[in-house]
Design a protein around this ligand. Structure first.
Ligand SMILES: [Zn+2]
Length: 248
């Protein structure tokens, strides 16, 4: 069996067992294995890797490794200046859209609150999630590293955090989303677009004295839910402000 020397940098080490972290080690792989296969066999999802050097030269995922090669893998945010080197993904997605796995419902709502088009895959299996991510060009956000290893997935992000607030802060920072946010433009429940409406159109759906106390209303083009700036709006505004200022 051919072997190569592997070294993973920075947070890619989180995917490795303790004894392989932060130093070079030799690892055997099948004849003709691609560098993607070898890296994923070691437990690191390819979506987490930004740059791979083989014997000091940047390669893409389909590069076949050979006996005696030295393979270095760097994560998306390694501080190494990668600009003169080949990036693995040809270009970032121009419009950021997301699909969240079944564990990330609260994160999906927070992204929608900031206006990001986010499908939540509550009841889909892995193959369906991968296929939607690819066909709709949605960045997969997941706590399941096996899902990220699927070949179809080109844009994915492994979520380590368990608290939704920290998950959001991580995604906002990692994908540099702050300027793209359009708070309160999307329905947090169904991901539909919100459109400004008027009292006459929504009056029969308003509870209590809402019709008397508020002037502006929005309806969801998806589920027809009505939104207004009631008491809940204040706390959501704080949440939005916090999410947008946590950057830099
Ligand atoms: Zn809706």
């Amino acid at each position: 069996m051919p072997t190569a020397e592997f070294r993973f940098y920075e947070e890619l080490n989180d995917f490795l067992p303790e004894f392989r972290r932060k130093h070079s080690f030799r690892y055997g792989f099948a004849d003709n294995a691609t560098v993607k296969h070898a890296i994923e066999a070691l437990g690191v999802p390819h979506t987490e890797v930004e740059l791979i050097l083989v014997n000091g030269v940047s390669v893409d995922f389909s590069h076949r490794i050979e006996d005696g090669d030295r393979v270095s893998a760097y994560p998306v945010f390694e501080s190494l200046d990668v600009t003169p080197l080949l990036k693995l993904r040809p270009e970032p997605l121009r419009v950021m859209r997301f699909i969240t796995d079944a564990h990330l419902g609260a994160l999906a709502k927070r992204l929608r609150l900031l206006g990001f088009d986010t499908r939540h895959a509550a009841a889909l299996d892995d193959a369906e999630i991968a296929s939607i991510s690819a066909s709709e060009r949605r960045v997969l956000l997941t706590r399941d590293r096996e899902l990220l290893k699927r070949r179809q997935i080109s844009h994915g992000c492994y979520i380590r955090q368990s608290a939704p607030k920290l998950q959001l802060a991580y995604v906002m920072q990692r994908l540099d989303l702050r300027r793209a946010a359009r708070p309160f433009s999307r329905c947090v429940e169904c991901n539909g677009i919100l459109e400004e409406s008027n009292l006459e159109a929504v009056a029969d759906r308003l509870p209590g004295d809402v019709a008397r106390r508020f002037r502006r209303f929005w309806t969801c083009a998806g589920c027809e839910r009505v939104y207004w700036r009631g008491s809940h709006y204040q706390s959501l505004s704080m949440r939005v402000a916090k999410a947008l200022e946590d950057q830099e």
